[in-house]
Design a protein around this ligand. Structure first.
Ligand SMILES: C[S@@+](CC[C@H](N)C(=O)[O-])C[C@H]1O[C@@H](n2cnc3c(N)ncnc32)[C@H](O)[C@@H]1O
Length: 210
């Protein structure tokens, strides 16, 4: 990030990693960091424990997928999911790349042109004094616009209806158009864990306007 950006995520580290996860972070992660020489199609921002990144990888075997997540335990959870007991990446997950940091660091470089960008259950930062930490503000949405292909799609899902309405307001300062025809229901662990306490998720699917 060139300028100091407001932090949009909570912790970077949680409980101590198991020896296997620590080994995967040290040995496997550096081998699957995004590489500009590769054509990358799909980005998932804030993948949590990585369930949906794996789903994307399985559903798009010919495409390269970047998952971005600054929380080390989440990165380790995804690595653990995609590697076998000998620390080899399973063949069906060889199309996954991991960016273990703030996604804005790669988006600001404008090196990629994605056909799909997924943001599932972004941190809602519900307290008024934390609103500035919300990731999907108009500046960020306009940054996404510079990293998406023509006819590309941005898929946003949130179970926080206040955040949903706030995103709709932010979209008024962008050229995106909403196209919810291609609606989808995705259940991630975060959503399942919170279903009892929150409202049903709402999705917004964006296409670049003129
Ligand atoms: C509430 S969790 C949801 C995780 C996952 N998408 C799910 O649905 O289970 C939001 C995630 O976004 C990540 N996040 C927040 N700001 C981010 C940023 N600037 N770049 C990448 N990830 C970010 C957080 O670390 C956190 O893991």
């Amino acid at each position: 990030m060139e300028k100091q950006e407001i932090r949009t995520f909570g912790r970077r580290h949680g409980k101590k990693l198991s020896p296997r996860k620590a080994r995967l972070v040290q040995n496997i992660l550096p081998k699957i960091m995004p590489n500009e020489s590769e054509t990358v199609d799909i980005l998932e921002i804030g993948f949590g424990a990585g369930e949906h990144v794996c789903e994307l990888a399985l559903n798009n075997p010919d495409k390269i997928i970047i998952g971005a997540e600054p929380f080390e335990n989440g990165v380790a959870a995804l690595l653990s999911r995609i590697c076998d007991e000998n620390d080899n990446i399973l063949p069906e997950y060889k199309n996954i790349r991991i960016w273990p940091d703030d996604v804005r660091l790669i988006l600001n470089q404008n090196k990629f042109s994605f056909s799909e960008i997924w943001v599932l259950h972004p941190d809602p930062w519900p307290k008024a004094r934390h609103e500035k930490r919300r990731l999907l503000n108009s500046d960020f949405l306009n940054l996404l616009a510079t990293n998406i292909k023509q006819n590309g799609k941005i898929i946003i899902g949130t179970d926080h209806w206040g955040y949903y309405d706030w995103i709709l307001e932010q979209l008024q300062h962008t050229n995106f158009v909403i196209n919810n025809e291609y609606a989808c229901i995705i259940k991630t662990r975060y959503q399942a864990k919170n279903m009892a306490h929150t409202d049903a998720p709402k999705y917004i699917i964006l296409e670049s306007g003129n």
